[in-house]
Design a protein around this ligand. Structure first.
Ligand SMILES: Nc1ncnc2c1ncn2[C@@H]1O[C@H](COP(=O)(O)OP(=O)(O)OP(=O)(O)O)[C@@H](O)[C@H]1O
Length: 269
């Protein structure tokens, strides 16, 4: 009997190569009467960098912002469809949005440190989320986060100086340290290097590459070189839809869709 059972068991299916950390299914976003996204599907794989590319106004930032409900803060914005984090619907009314945004952090285009000290910028999140039990704990979180953001060596002697006094590239790494400090699982980056010079950009790109060991990253970028350098998977948006998604190498060397081909070779956008 046992033998029969064994023989009739379903054939083994190979496990997926990567686990989905976040998943968007049929995601549509409206700003009032205007529809910005049309039934978008995207899997965001754990501990990978996913790049969102496509011409201006195609909905990349809109999709990114729907992954941690930042669109909730936009008057008249409405999200339809399903977005999950570890299989859980993030638009479920039971979800605590503050906690969600700690799990799915965000780094913006323009570095936006608070008008406070470097230390306070990083300590703020852990303080409001009650992550530190003591002053020593808090100091450790701040130092570790600054180290992970590749900034500690540069600022260790001036932790109590204003964050806004740093260079643009340092400010962006401070914002990354601030995002890391609350131990997020996913970090969303909306054109994080567009305000930075090439040297600061290279530093932040190296950092993104390192961060993927511990975090899942989704990045919106207009730079094809950047998408090719930092991401493992790329999704091409066009007029509110994803027209192609796949391994970055394939997307750049041998895309299936003509619109991807045209966009990456600079023929439109
Ligand atoms: N707050 C808003 N209110 C109304 N319409 C908006 C708002 N934000 C974005 N849109 C519209 O939604 C569409 C998608 O915009 P989105 O910013 O997501 O595109 P994008 O691909 O990120 O563009 P870009 O590369 O220029 O940043 C555009 O038509 C834009 O005008």
């Amino acid at each position: 009997m046992m033998e029969n059972l064994h023989l009739t068991a379903a054939p083994k299916t190979s496990a997926p190569a990567f686990a989905s950390k976040m998943k968007g299914e049929s995601v549509s976003v409206f700003y009032g009467a205007k529809q910005a996204l049309f039934e978008v599907n995207l899997d965001v794989y754990e501990r990978q960098v996913t790049a969102l590319i496509g011409p201006s106004g195609c909905g990349k930032s809109t999709f990114l912002r729907s992954l941690n409900r930042m669109n909730d803060t936009v008057e008249g914005a409405k999200v339809k469809g399903l977005i999950t984090l570890d299989g859980e619907d993030i638009y479920n009314p039971q979800i605590d949005v503050v906690e969600l945004r700690a799990r799915v952090g965000m780094v913006f285009q323009k570095p936006n440190p608070f008008p406070k000290s470097i230390f306070e910028n990083v300590a703020y999140g852990p303080k409001i989320h009650g992550l530190a039990k003591s002053k020593t704990d808090l100091e450790e979180i701040v130092v570790t986060s600054l180290r992970k953001a590749g900034l500690f060596q540069e600022v260790k002697d001036r932790l109590h100086d204003a964050g806004t006094g740093l260079s643009g590239g340092q400010q962006q790494r401070l914002c990354i340290a601030r995002a890391i400090a609350v131990s997020p699982e996913v970090i969303l980056m909306d054109e994080p290097c567009s305000a930075l010079d090439p040297i600061a950009t290279a530093t932040v790109e190296e950092l993104i590459d390192e961060l993927k060991q511990n975090f899942t990253i989704v990045i919106v970028t207009h730079s094809m070189q950047q998408a090719a350098r930092v991401s493992q998977r790329t999704a091409m948006f066009h007029l509110g839809k994803i027209v192609e998604v796949g391994p970055t190498e394939k997307m750049f060397q041998n895309p299936d869709d003509k619109r991807t081909q045209d966009y990456i070779t600079g023929r439109f956008g």
